[in-house]
Write a protein that binds this ligand. Structure first.
Ligand code: HEM
Length: 517
């Protein structure tokens, strides 16, 4: 149907007509709905543009936490061109909406982001609409990353943590680069058996750029195409078609990020040099007992998603952890004393030590609490109208989970901005608590990669604490270099901004331990 129209009208005329119709329908719907029902509190929408000017230009959980104070409600509403946005700042609401069976179904869909499809990102499991297609991907993800299955990745994790320690020993000042390499290498190796040797590897540089572009385009005010989908038909050469051009660029990158590691797998099969990974294991199974094209597509999509979902989040947590250790020497020392008691100095720590190291566990939890890498989770959407707590939440509302605000709730975390691992203990015992940084619902667990992510991040933390004392760097006169304490939001991700620190090896013969492990 669409192609037939396109042959008789200019795309721009068609787009303009579609925009006008779409806007009229949206406005009519918005105004009649507003009369009928009551939305949660939030800034007053302006005619036509709604709250476009009230929303932060960079995605900001802090701004939404401020809204909570201003409008005296942890549940907040905004709208842009008739498109509704719900912000969930409280843990109780998040559990009620995303995890209780009566509502989880309604709050598990994904917003329509036409730019994502245009970028070829509709293969990302975290962006798939709720339904059978997503469920197939979720099932395969769960099968491969649940607590038991995640243990199969320990050799890969241990190897790349050793490489990280070795790189820090060799050139500590380049920690920022080593972290990036480690976070990308661990996921590409676990998914494809693809060994990244440098941060200039095309998979790393392309993923970086694609993530930056994606993050820009999917934030609330990120692209006009998300607000007026008809604009996707405006040709890329059109002067204001910035989103379209950006999306086309990102699509070419996505295709490369998919192609490069898969070709590597193919080459290794031809040479007979296959190393175990999610994708190679699948192809071995396929060769042995066969598999459908659909199963192959699902595995490829899951592997691609994990590279996106696992690398940047790991890099964010690793850098944040090193920053927090730099500025909290007494906490660092306490964790090291515990590690020395349990692990000694003649072997590297391993995942099997985790239960015996409660203070390190508390450090891990506190890093995730204070600086969750995805502070607003991944955006969701409602698949039906709902009335919650007396408020009307229309079908198609985009929902943001303010993990950052929940993790800094004063009632649950007194003096919330303080880095204090002790808060996770009660009567000397680690508390049983939800790791908010991994999100909520979409059938219970939020991040389906959590067991694998948790092992990767914990092993990195315990190994760095074991091998190094981290201090502030010194300038030429021997004075402490001030540590930059700023964080940066890049789209939906939060990263620690670069800072200087120094790594001092603390275990005699550490190089040998790394080499022999
Ligand atoms: C390293 C730290 C990580 C953090 C903090 C993190 C956090 C998150 C969060 C907040 C979500 C959104 C959950 C929601 O919808 O509320 C998510 C989704 C997801 N994560 Fe992670 N993640 C991490 C690593 C990983 C890893 C290593 C994998 C894969 C092994 C992974 C796979 C996924 C997938 C597939 C989704 C989409 C789930 C769905 O929508 O069905 N993540 N993650």
């Amino acid at each position: 149907m669409e192609t037939r129209f396109a042959t008789s009208f200019q795309p721009t005329t068609l787009a303009a007509a579609a925009v006008a119709l779409w806007l009229a329908a949206k406005l009519l719907k918005a105004f009649t709905a507003r009369k009928r029902e009551l939305y949660p509190p939030g800034p007053r929408p302006k005619f036509l543009i709604g709250n476009l000017l009230d929303l932060p230009s960079v995605i900001s959980p802090m701004a939404f936490a401020e809204w909570e104070k201003k409008y005296n409600s942890p549940l907040l509403h905004a709208e842009v061109f008739g498109r509704h946005i719900l912000i969930v700042n409280s843990l109780d609401d998040a559990i009620a909406l995303f995890e209780r069976p009566e509502r989880a179904r309604i709050y598990s869909d994904k917003p329509e982001f036409p730019v994502l499809d245009m970028m070829g990102m509709d293969i990302n499991v975290g962006m798939m609409p709720y339904g059978e297609h997503w469920r197939k991907h979720r099932r395969v993800s769960h099968q491969n990353f649940n607590i038991q299955a995640a243990l199969q990745y320990e050799p890969v994790q241990a190897k790349h943590v050793r490489n990280l320690l070795q790189n820090i020993l060799d050139s500590p000042a380049r920690f920022h680069d080593h972290n990036k390499l480690y976070s990308a290498a661990i996921t590409l190796s676990a998914m494809y058996g693809y060994e990244v040797k440098s941060i200039d590897d095309p998979c790393v540089t392309l993923a970086d750029e694609a993530l930056r572009l994606t993050s820009q385009l999917i934030t609330p005010g990120g692209s006009i195409i998300n607000v007026i989908p008809a604009l996707r038909h405006v040709p890329a050469w059109f002067p204001f078609a910035y989103s379209k051009r950006t999306a086309e660029k990102a699509k070419a990158m996505t295709e490369e990020i998919l192609r490069i590691p898969l070709e590597h797998v193919k080459r290794n099969f031809e040479r007979g040099t296959v190393s175990p990974s999610l994708v190679t294991n699948f192809y071995e199974r396929k060769l042995a007992v066969g598999a459908s094209e659909e199963e192959e597509m699902v595995i490829k999509n899951v592997a691609y998603t994990v590279y996106g979902a696992g690398s940047d989040t790991t890099a964010s947590l690793t850098y944040t952890f090193v920053y927090l250790m730099t500025v909290h020497p007494s906490i660092q020392r306490k964790a090291q004393e515990e590690i020395d008691r349990v692990v000694g100095s003649s072997r590297l720590p391993a995942l099997a030590d985790r239960k015996a190291l409660p203070y390190v566990e508390a450090v891990y939890r506190e890093v995730l609490r204070l600086y969750p890498p995805l502070p607003l989770g991944l955006p969701r959407a409602t698949s039906e109208d709902d009335v919650y707590d007396g408020y009307f939440i229309p079908k198609g509302t985009t929902v943001f989970t303010n993990i950052w605000a929940m993790s800094r709730n004063e009632r649950d975390y007194p003096d919330p901005s303080r880095f204090d691992p002790e808060r996770h203990f009660t009567n000397g015992q680690l508390m049983d608590e939800k790791a908010l940084a991994y999100g909520f619902g979409r059938r219970k667990v939020g991040c389906v990669g959590r067991p694998m992510a948790s092992n990767t991040v914990w092993l990195m933390m315990v190994s760095i604490l074991y091998a190094f004392t981290i201090t502030k760097a010194k300038d030429e006169d021997g004075n402490d270099v001030q540590v930059n304490d700023q964080f940066l939001s890049i789209g939906i991700m939060t990263h620690k901004q670069p800072f200087e620190c120094a790594f001092h090896p603390r275990i005699p013969g550490i190089r040998q331990l790394i080499a022999e492990a």
